[in-house]
Design a protein around this ligand. Structure first.
Ligand code: HDE
Length: 717
């Protein structure tokens, strides 16, 4: 007779042995796996349905070494959810980072707009801001050469206002219908799926050189504006002309500019390339650290306001998104400030799921007929439906208005808020539910519009070079050199030389020396003819100081980061003085040491390090100090990373403070013979305050031609 199979003994959990792994007390199961059972105040782990979970380390199986059981609903639910963790990333602006804060109104703007949040001085409106790059995928590096998105959501008492802007005040194209082409051309080439997060490839330059309206924007993206040092140190722009509309339905045109309180700052291209390797999350880490340490970034909202007469008399069409109104021509007026003071609790729930839409405007803010803005107003809703999966994305806390919200919309995927009661329509005679309010409600500005229907571009949009030239001539010499270097770098990556020549033919319409310099650096032997221009380039536009980063840099070292390289025996008094001066300047200090644990200072006290030399290259800092002891430097000179630390800081035109003992390292790094006003000997604590005075200048631009960071070439004639 066959033996009746006996049921193996199920381990009656907890059938375990208590173990301590470092500071964690756990239970060890029969297979050696570690369990953490709920005890004390810790909550019991449950399934999404709320069922308590006994074992999260082992799936349910038939026999200890047998197949899985199909009724393991816990495994199935856990894996099902994991498999669906991703939502489609944004087609553009996929990589982004957000923060919460508030907008504070300075003065009542009632003369110009009835927007509720701009009526009362000192009123604070909650805000969420998402910064982004445009071309790169979600996992790309922060310091790609790219436009930065600057999308602001203000949760006003009359609905959300989304100002979905960029850190560059113009755009590549004049008509939204070209947006898919622009983005296809800018992102990875479709057959090979590279390059990632770069415009340095044939498709992009092919498209833009066949789209002369992009030339002004190209000047901006090839400038250092496209490689900001920090999201905190860049401007934001609404780009388009909008309208303010007051209670009497009077309209004033308006352009929105965000101005960072700590001034503008960018990195050098060579620095950007190295930062991307050393810390691809450089920008998000910077924002995170600043906010977590209470150093809240701040921008002022300034507006350029003008009437129809100004619009009619201005040099360019105010509806053309490839043009600016120079700030010297029309002074922006400060109307409030934006402060970011809180990071999201959860990146996905907030930063990833936030849905910005240009069409979100409160009563008192309205659109102009800028064709790009009109096209955007139509596009963003589709994107949100695709990304967030249904029409109820406004129910997500990050997107929900923070004012009363009533309507008869109902049902749909993931509905979390349906109308209560019998009435779900209007007009109704139940005496229930929301009603229209003609006085308070949004009324579109009653513009008188007429015209012949057709696919047309206005003639007033035809000048593609004059403002590109104005931008270029407004830059300081180092900034101009960087534009030439960036153009050369990008064009050097092209496989087809004729596209390079086409770009140089456009540059000839912008600035002949720039064109000739780029041609020479590209090794072109002959100059092409200038591109056929619909309108000749105006030579009479005045340079605008507002367009230069260097002219709008910080006055102080506030908010910047000093990296101090130390070894055992580092001068403790000097280090103390440097730290105190940095705290006074509201700057951050990071200590870099041969080992991340730290070193023992000259006074015998322990100095904690935040980075080891291999992980803390000087590109991560705005200025550096080299503070080894005489013994310590002997080891440092043998380390390539330590030599690079100094050589890079010098090549990137940074201020370098150094103790006398550092000299052998300066020699090995090849800079000892080139010491200049930016290499400052720190003999004692007394020298520190003068050093900090200098640091506010951030860079020693005079050094640049000798270190060839965009050295001027001999132009091709
Ligand atoms: Fe966008 N843009 N865009 N854009 N844009 C998107 O919406 C679009 C344009 C901008 O942090 C998408 O939610 C069209 C100009 C920012 O979530 C999409 C056109 C400016 C962000 C879209 C433009 C912007 C987006 C993709 C041509 C500066 C990121 C994901 C008319 C003024 C917002 C999304 C965030 C995102 C469409 C041009 C800024 C596809 C059709 C000009 C900052 O809807």
């Amino acid at each position: 007779m066959a033996k009746k199979p006996t049921r193996p003994e199920q381990p009656a959990y907890p059938d375990t042995q208590a173990v301590t792994i470092h500071d964690q007390t756990m239970q060890r199961g029969p297979g050696g796996e570690l369990h953490q059972f709920a005890e004390g105040d810790l909550p019991v782990m449950t399934t999404a349905q709320g069922g308590p979970i006994a074992d999260d380390q082992n799936s349910l199986r038939i026999g200890a070494r047998g197949p899985l059981a199909m009724d393991d609903f816990h495994y199935r639910e856990k894996m099902f959810h994991f498999d669906h963790e991703r939502i489609p990333e944004r087609v553009v602006h996929a990589r982004g980072y957000g923060a919460h804060g508030y907008f504070e109104t300075y003065e009542s703007m009632a003369d110009y707009t009835r927007a509720d949040f701009l009526q009362r001085p000192g009123e604070r409106t909650p805000a969420f801001v998402r910064f982004s790059t445009v071309a790169g995928n979600k996992g790309s590096a922060d310091l790609a050469r790219d436009v930065r998105g600057f999308a602001v959501k203000l949760y006003t008492q009359e609905g959300n206002w989304d100002l979905v802007g960029n850190n560059i005040p113009v755009f590549f194209i004049q008509d939204a219908i070209k947006f898919p082409d622009l983005i296809h051309a800018a992102k990875q080439e479709p057959d090979r799926d590279f390059p990632q997060a770069q415009t340095a490839h044939d498709n992009f330059w092919d498209f833009v050189t066949l789209t002369p309206e992009s030339m002004h924007m190209i000047m901006w993206t090839m400038s250092d504006r496209a490689i900001p040092r920090s999201l905190r140190f860049m401007e934001g722009f609404g780009v388009h002309t909008f309208r303010f509309v007051n209670a009497e339905d009077k309209s004033t045109f308006v352009k929105f500019h965000w101005k960072p309180k700590l001034g503008l700052q960018s990195v050098a291209w060579n620095e950007a390339v190295k930062i991307n390797g050393a810390d691809p999350d450089f920008h998000r880490r910077d924002l995170w650290t600043a906010i977590q340490s209470g150093d809240f970034p701040e921008w002022e909202l300034q507006v350029q306001m003008f009437d129809q007469d100004f619009a009619d008399s201005f040099d360019f069409d105010v509806l053309d998104p490839t043009k600016i109104i120079p700030e010297e021509v029309l002074r922006p007026v400060p109307i409030g400030r934006l402060v970011l003071d809180r990071m999201p609790d959860n990146f996905f729930a907030e930063t990833e799921q936030v849905a910005f839409m240009t069409q979100n405007v409160p009563p008192g803010i309205d659109f102009s007929n800028d064709p790009l803005l009109q096209g955007r107003n139509f596009s963003y809703l589709d994107t949100q439906l695709k990304r967030l999966g249904g029409p109820n994305f406004t129910h997500l806390p990050i997107n929900a208005p923070k004012c009363p919200m009533h309507n008869f919309q109902q049902d749909g995927h993931m509905a979390m808020r349906n109308p209560v009661g019998r009435v779900n329509y209007q007009p109704n005679s139940w005496g229930e539910g929301p009603r229209e309010q003609p006085k308070k409600g949004f009324r579109a500005f009653p513009e008188d519009v007429q015209g012949v229907k057709g696919r047309v571009r206005p003639e007033s949009f035809a000048d593609h070079y004059s403002q590109a030239r104005q931008f270029y001539i407004s830059q300081t010499p180092p900034e101009q050199r960087h534009i030439a270097a960036a153009l050369t770098f990008e064009l050097s990556k092209l496989e087809r030389p004729e596209i390079r020549a086409r770009m140089v033919s456009h540059l000839l319409n912008i600035d002949e020396t720039l064109a000739a310099t780029v041609a020479e650096k590209l090794g072109m032997r002959t100059m092409p003819q200038p591109a056929d221009a619909a309108v000749p380039t105006r030579q009479d536009l005045e340079p605008s100081d507002a367009l230069s980063i260097v002219k709008n840099g910080p006055k102080r070292f506030e908010g910047r980061k000093l990296g101090i390289l130390v070894t055992d025996g580092a001068d403790a008094a000097l280090l103390k003085a440097l730290s105190a001066a940095a705290a006074k300047a509201k700057a951050v200090v990071e200590i870099i040491a041969p080992k991340v644990g730290g070193v023992t200072g000259s006074d015998g006290n322990w100095i904690e390090a935040q980075q080891m030399i291999d992980g803390g290259p000087s590109v991560l800092y705005d200025a550096v100090v080299v503070l080894p002891s005489a013994d310590g430097v002997a080891d440092l000179v043998k380390e390539a990373t330590a030599r690079d630390f100094v050589a890079d800081a010098f090549a990137h035109c940074k201020y370098i403070g150094y103790a006398a003992a550092a000299m052998p390292l300066l020699e090995k790094a090849g800079i000892a013979a080139d010491l200049d006003e930016g290499t400052v000997a720190l003999a004692s604590a007394k020298d520190v305050s003068a050093f900090f005075e200098d640091l506010g200048k951030l860079r020693v631009w005079g050094r640049e031609p000798s270190v060839k960071l965009g050295k001027a070439a001999t132009p091709v004639k």
